[in-house]
Structure formats: structure tokens, C-alpha cells
Design a protein around this ligand. Structure first.
Ligand SMILES: [Zn+2]
Length: 249
């Protein structure tokens, strides 16, 4: 294989790696949101449990004022009953006090039930908190991996970009050498650059491809005999169907 083709393949390998790193980097934001979504249900369940607890706590407090009103009424009856001289009226007043006592007892019972419910809900909140933290920790592992991936990709991209001018210079030397020996590959660098920047194919797809059983390694269509023979003579040959640079392995 001609040196200029080897160098062109080396440059392509480098450019493909850079494109691959960029593609991996581009996935990071979406993967981050996916990881955060993983514990979204746990977060929603925690908020629901906290809301439920708040409502139950308000209910417990609301019984306090109900009891206070009943106790005020009881005190009122008690002070009035002290002034009563008549037996029937006194008995009626005692009955009223007894009824208020029963009402207080019933509200206190409901308040106790509400307090019991608050205790249960506190337990539920603490369980939901545990689920949420576990989900968050799971996502954290993924997020850290993604951060490592981001850093590695950026480091590799900058390393590859730094070494690129050297590879290009070696390719240009090889092309000059080939041209001075009568090779027909003078504009291969600019052709390659145009192919790499073309939008027809993904930047992850090679544009310098081997002949495979007489067909182009990119579009897999047959390359005509004349071009195949030029390939064997190490001329710069473009696939007539897709425009890729074809070479003989
Ligand atoms: Zn082709």
C-alpha cells in the first residue's frame, strides 16, 4: 500500500475517533436527565406523603379549638349552676354539663385517632425519604460515570486535535513524494477534507474505504473496471456512486 494512502487512513482514523468522542459527549445531557428521572417517582411519592402528613397534623390541631370551645361552654354551665336554687333546674344544668363532657370525650377520642394517623404518616414519610435517598444515590453513581465519560472524551479530543497537524504534515509529505514519483493523488487532502465535511454521510462513517470484491466499501455498489484498475495503480479514485475515496487493501 502506498504511503500516502496509509497516512490518509491514519488521518481518517484520528478524525473518526474525534467524531466518536463528540458523539459520546453529545449523549451526556440526555443520559443525565434519564438518570435524574430514575428517582423522580420516589421524589413525587415523598412529596405526596409529606402533604398527607401536613393535612393530618392540621386536623389534630383543629380538634384543640373544638375542645376549647366545649370546655368554655362547660365552665359557663358550671358557673351558672352554682347560682341555681331550684332542684329541677340544677339537675337540668348537671345534665347539660354531662352532655358537654361526653362531647369533649368524643372529640378527644377523634383527636387520639388523628394523632395515631399522624404517627403512621410520619413513618410513611421516613420510608419514602429512604426510597428517595436510595434512588438519588443510584442516580449519583450514573451521574459520576457520565462526568468521568465527559472528562475523558474532552481530554481525548484535545489530545487528538493536538496531534492532528503532525499527521496532516506527514500525509502532505507522502503526497509530495508520490506526486514526484508520478503518482496521481495530488489533491487527495482537499478531496478528503471535502468528504469529511459532507453532510450526506454521518461523521462516524469512513470516507476512505477499501475495495471489497470490486465494490465500494462505503456504498457497496460495484466500482467499474476502469476505476478498479486505477485503484490497483494507486491513483486517487473516487467511487462513482457515493464519492468515497477507494483503495486496494
Ligand atoms: Zn461508494
Amino acid at each position: 500500500m502506498e504511503i500516502w494512502i496509509e497516512k490518509l487512513l491514519e488521518l481518517q482514523e484520528l478524525d473518526l475517533r474525534v467524531s466518536k468522542m463528540h458523539a459520546q459527549l453529545a449523549e451526556v445531557p440526555q443520559l443525565r436527565s434519564q438518570a435524574e428521572l430514575q428517582y423522580r417517582n420516589e421524589a413525587l411519592a415523598l412529596v405526596d406523603a409529606q402533604e398527607e402528613l401536613k393535612v393530618a397534623e392540621v386536623e389534630v390541631k383543629s380538634f384543640d379549638s373544638e375542645i376549647a370551645v366545649l370546655q368554655a361552654r362547660k365552665r359557663d354551665f358550671q358557673s351558672k349552676s352554682a347560682l341555681i336554687k331550684n332542684n329541677d333546674e340544677y339537675r337540668a344544668a348537671l345534665l347539660q354539663i354531662e352532655m358537654v363532657n361526653q362531647a369533649i370525650a368524643s372529640v378527644e377520642e377523634r383527636q387520639l385517632e388523628a394523632m395515631f394517623k399522624v404517627d403512621q404518616l410520619k413513618e410513611k414519610v421516613s420510608l419514602r425519604e429512604k426510597d428517595f435517598l436510595a434512588g438519588k444515590a443510584r442516580a449519583q453513581v450514573v451521574l459520576e460515570d457520565l462526568e468521568t465519560r465527559r472528562k475523558n472524551c474532552e481530554r481525548l479530543i484535545s489530545e487528538l486535535n493536538e496531534s492532528r497537524p503532525g499527521v496532516v504534515a506527514e500525509l502532505e509529505d507522502a503526497v509530495r513524494q508520490a506526486v514526484s514519483n508520478g503518482g496521481e493523488c495530488g489533491n487527495c487532502v482537499s478531496v478528503y477534507t471535502r468528504l469529511r465535511s459532507s453532510k450526506t454521510y454521518s461523521s462516524l462513517t469512513p470516507c476512505v474505504v477499501p475495495l471489497e470484491d470490486g465494490a465500494c466499501g462505503r456504498c457497496h455498489l460495484k466500482v467499474p473496471a476502469q476505476q478498479r484498475s486505477d485503484v490497483l495503480k494507486s491513483k486517487l479514485v473516487l467511487c462513482p456512486s457515493c464519492g468515497a475515496i477507494v483503495y486496494q487493501e
